[in-house]
Write a protein that binds this ligand. Structure first.
Ligand code: PNW
Length: 446
C-alpha cells in the first residue's frame, strides 16, 4: 500500500550511516575458483536432504564474478556502508598456513571498489563457512580452531587492515550453536547439547583472540562482535514464566553479551549446565580475560522477539513472516537496544542486520512490489529512531540483505533482498523497497 511510503517525519542525526549486508557463502558462488578450499557449508549443502530443493551455494548470486556491477548498484542506492564477509577458505584453503594471494586479491578489489564509490567497508571475519579441513579436525569443539582463527584474522588484517574501518569478528555465534549443534539444520548438522555449549565458548574465545590480533597490529580499524539478540518476554504473568524467561534470556543474550562486555558467563546458565558440563570443563584460567578484551562497538542483529512459557517453551504472539521463526514486532528492536545500553553502558552500536523474507515475484515491466518489506523496514527504523531519542548511541543501520541470496537450509526459496536476483539470468532488479530505501538514505529520514 502507498501509505507504507508516506514519510513519518523522523530525521536521523547527521552522520547516521545507512547500509546493507551480505555474507560470502550466500552470494559469491565460484566455490572452486582461485584456490578456495571447501567449507562446512559446501559439504552440508551437497549432502542430500539438508537444503530445501537441493540448493547449494555453488553459483548463488555469482557475486564473485559480478561484484563490480553490484558495487554500482550499491552506489546507485546511495549506501554509505556495505557489510560483507570474508570466506576463510578463500584465504586459507585448509584453514592454516600462508594466505592465498588470489583470495585476498578478491577482497582487496572489493574494498577498493567500495572506497572508489564512497562506501565504507564493514568486514565480517567469519559468517559460518569454516574450512572443512578444520571441521575434520574437530571443528569448533576443538579449542585449537579458535587459535587457527586468530592466525587467519591476523593474515586478513595484514592484507586489509588499513582499508577497512570496521571489523566484525564472528557472525551470530548463537546461530552456530543453536542451528549447527542443537537443532542441526545448519552445518555441521549436529544435535549435541554438550558439544553446543563448548562450541559457544570456543567461538567467544576466537572472537577475543581476533580482537587482540587487531590491537597488536595497531592501525585504524575498529572491531566488535556481531550478535543476534532476541528480546525475551514472559508469555503470561506467572512467576514461573518470569523465571523461565530470565533463564531463556541467559542462553539467548547474556551468555554472549556478559562474556564479552563483563568478562563473566552468567551464573544462572553455568548453574543450569552443571559443573561437569563440557563447557564448564573447557573454560581455562584467563579465557574470560581474552574474551573480554575491550571492543569498540557492538553489532546488533534483530529479527524477532521470543515469548517464554512457564514450562520454558515458546509461543507465537505476533504475525510471522515467511520464516516461521520470525514474529514481526518492531518494538522488540527498541527494547533490545535500550536494554543493552542500560545494562552494559553506552557502547557504540551498529544494527548490522534487520529484514524479512517476502514471496515477491518479478512482475510486469520488471517491477517487484515488496510492499511488506517497506512497511517492515519503516517500522523497525522508526523503533531505532525512538531508541536514539532515548539515548542509545546508534551509529548505523544495515538491511539484511542487499540482494536475494542462498538462505542456508531454506535455499533460494526465501528472498531477503532489497534487490531481486533472477537466478537463471543473474539479472538484478531493484525492488520497490530498494527505491524506497534510496529515498530514506537521501532524506536521512523515514
Ligand atoms: C541471520 N533466528 O541468521 C544470518 O546472519 C544471515 O546469514 C541470514 O541470512 C539471516 O539472518 C536471515 O535468516 C539468523 O532464529 C538465523 O532468530 C536465525 C535467526 C536469526 C538470524
Amino acid at each position: 500500500p502507498a501509505d507504507a511510503e508516506a514519510p513519518l517525519g523522523l530525521r536521523f542525526p547527521d552522520g547516521f550511516v545507512w547500509g546493507a549486508a551480505t555474507s560470502a557463502y550466500q552470494i559469491e558462488g565460484a566455490t572452486k575458483e582461485d584456490g578456495r578450499g571447501e567449507s562446512v557449508w559446501d559439504t552440508f549443502s551437497h549432502t542430500p536432504g539438508r537444503i530445501k530443493g537441493g540448493d547449494t551455494g555453488d553459483v548463488a548470486a555469482d557475486h564473485y564474478h559480478r561484484y563490480a556491477g553490484d558495487l554500482d548498484l550499491m552506489r546507485d542506492l546511495g549506501l554509505r556502508s556495505y557489510r560483507f564477509s570474508i570466506a576463510w577458505p578463500r584465504i586459507q584453503a585448509d584453514g592454516a598456513g600462508a594466505p592465498n594471494q588470489r583470495g585476498l586479491d578478491f577482497y582487496r578489489r572489493l574494498v577498493a571498489g567500495l572506497h572508489e564509490r564512497g562506501i565504507a567497508p564493514m568486514a565480517t571475519l567469519f559468517h559460518w563457512d569454516l574450512p572443512q579441513a578444520l571441521q575434520d579436525a574437530g571443528g569448533w569443539e576443538s579449542r585449537d580452531v579458535a587459535l587457527r582463527f586468530a592466525d587467519y584474522a591476523d593474515a586478513v588484517f595484514t592484507a586489509l587492515g588499513d582499508d577497512v574501518p570496521v571489523w566484525l569478528t564472528i557472525n551470530e555465534p548463537k546461530t552456530v550453536v543453536q542451528n549447527g549443534y542443537l537443532q542441526g539444520h545448519h552445518a555441521p548438522g549436529r544435535q549435541d547439547p554438550e558439544a553446543a555449549h563448548l562450541v559457544a565458548h570456543h567461538l567467544q574465545l576466537a572472537h577475543g583472540l581476533a580482537v587482540q590480533a587487531l590491537r597488536s597490529r595497531g592501525g585504524p580499524g575498529r572491531i566488535g562482535p556481531a550478535f543476534n539478540l532476541h528480546p525475551c518476554y514472559p508469555a503470561d504473568s506467572s512467576p514461573a514464566a518470569a523465571a523461565a524467561t530470565t533463564l531463556y534470556d541467559g542462553y539467548e543474550n547474556r551468555f554472549y553479551l556478559d562474556s564479552v562486555l563483563t568478562g563473566r558467563y552468567p551464573a544462572d546458565v553455568l548453574d543450569d549446565l552443571g559443573p561437569d558440563s563440557r563447557l564448564a570443563r573447557g573454560i581455562r584460567d584467563g579465557d574470560l580475560d581474552i574474551i573480554a578484551t575491550p571492543v569498540d562497538l557492538l553489532a546488533v542483529q534483530y529479527y524477532t522477539p521470543i515469548y517464554v512459557t512457564a514450562a520454558g517453551g515458546t509461543v507465537t504472539r505476533w504475525p510471522t513472516s515467511q520464516a516461521d521463526w520470525q514474529q514481526i514486532h518492531p518494538d522488540g528492536l527498541y527494547d533490545i537496544l535500550t536494554r543493552v545500553t542500560r545494562d552494559y553502558g553506552p557502547l557504540p552500536i551498529s544494527i548490522t542486520e534487520n529484514g524479512l523474507p517476502t514471496t515477491d515475484a518479478l512482475g510486469p515491466d520488471d517491477t517487484v512490489d515488496d510492499a511488506g518489506r517497506v512497511t517492515f523496514l519503516r517500522d523497525h527504523i522508526a523503533a531505532a529512531h525512538r531508541a536514539i531519542a532515548d539515548g542509545v548511541p546508534l551509529e548505523s543501520f544495515h538491511v539484511w540483505s542487499l540482494m536475494d541470496n542462498f538462505e542456508w537450509a531454506e535455499g533460494y526459496d526465501q528472498r531477503w533482498g532489497l534487490i531481486h536476483v533472477d537466478y537463471p539470468t543473474q539479472r538484478r532488479i531493484l525492488k520497490r523497497s530498494a527505491h524506497w530505501y534510496r529515498s530514506v538514505i537521501a532524506d536521512n529520514a523515514v
